[in-house]
Design a protein. Sequence first.
Length: 350
Amino acid sequence: MLFKNKIFRSILLVILIIMLLAITVAYFFYQRIYTDNVSIGDAKAFYLYIPTNSKFEDVVDSLENNHVLKETASFIWVANRKKYENKIKAGRYEITPGMSNNEIVNMLRIGNQKPVNLTFNSIRTKSELAKKISDQLEFDSLSLINLLNDRVYLKEYGFTPQSVISMFIPNTYQFNWNKTAEEFFVKMNSEYEKFWNINRLKKLKSLKLSKLEVSTLASIVQAEQSVRNDEKARVAGLYINRIKQGMLLESDPTIVYAIGDFNIRRVLNRDKEIDSPYNTYKYAGLPPGPINLPEISSIDAVLNYEKHDYIFMCAKEDFSGYHNFSTNLTQHNIYARKYQLALNKKGIKR
């Protein structure tokens, strides 16, 4: 009887040891798979950028070099078990405190990206636009520039290299970081079509201008009045009056655009002699395309222009950002002289 009791106790001890080992192993694997493995200090998130054609080693190197993980070995172990090395997806991924290896690997495997809130404004040229976008997305600026200069490609969308900049409406848009230049273009064309809704198209028709002409005029309005939004509709009305009367637009910002030096603060008479289709002192009508990316407020100012009789304007001599408006050249010259004296007083010669 004593012998049997010893055997029973021995068996029981073995079972307990096995159970303890099983619990230890289970806990070990649970720790590796399901517990927090993120170490980014007080930061709310770390954004992992995985370029196109990256390999698993590249992902691991990025995580290690940026000290994102508490333990890299356990991440690699989980990634290998989930065959992640064969399913690398490019993109921008948000890693937050508390995430486990399992959560991180699952996110990366399925390509669950955190979109970029892409914003662009204060743009004057296609080169500036391409740089602004490429700074926020994966593709380089040259790939977008080539697209914006491709006449055959642009023709399919109804644009030319001179007019295509009007397609980009300044706003904030969501994009996956690894979008190509072509995908970006197609998305922006879709946003452009949405922008020109029934209400805006109705106002466009009453103006008897094309979308491009409205955008081009809006770019001039914006260049003339970039500080005071409440004056944009009045400025737009002035140019509408000049167009209706067959007058030259005579807009200084178009001269600056033609010269290509955006640091110019004072347009001189000799500047007005430059031979460029953007020189509205020399050539009648609107330029061949926008001289900047007009904001929504500028486009809507044209569509909802203020009706008045003004045909001249000059910046106020107090540099408030507002303008003096005139219906005749005599009054305009008085205002212009005041402004010129104010520029002289401040020593602004160019």
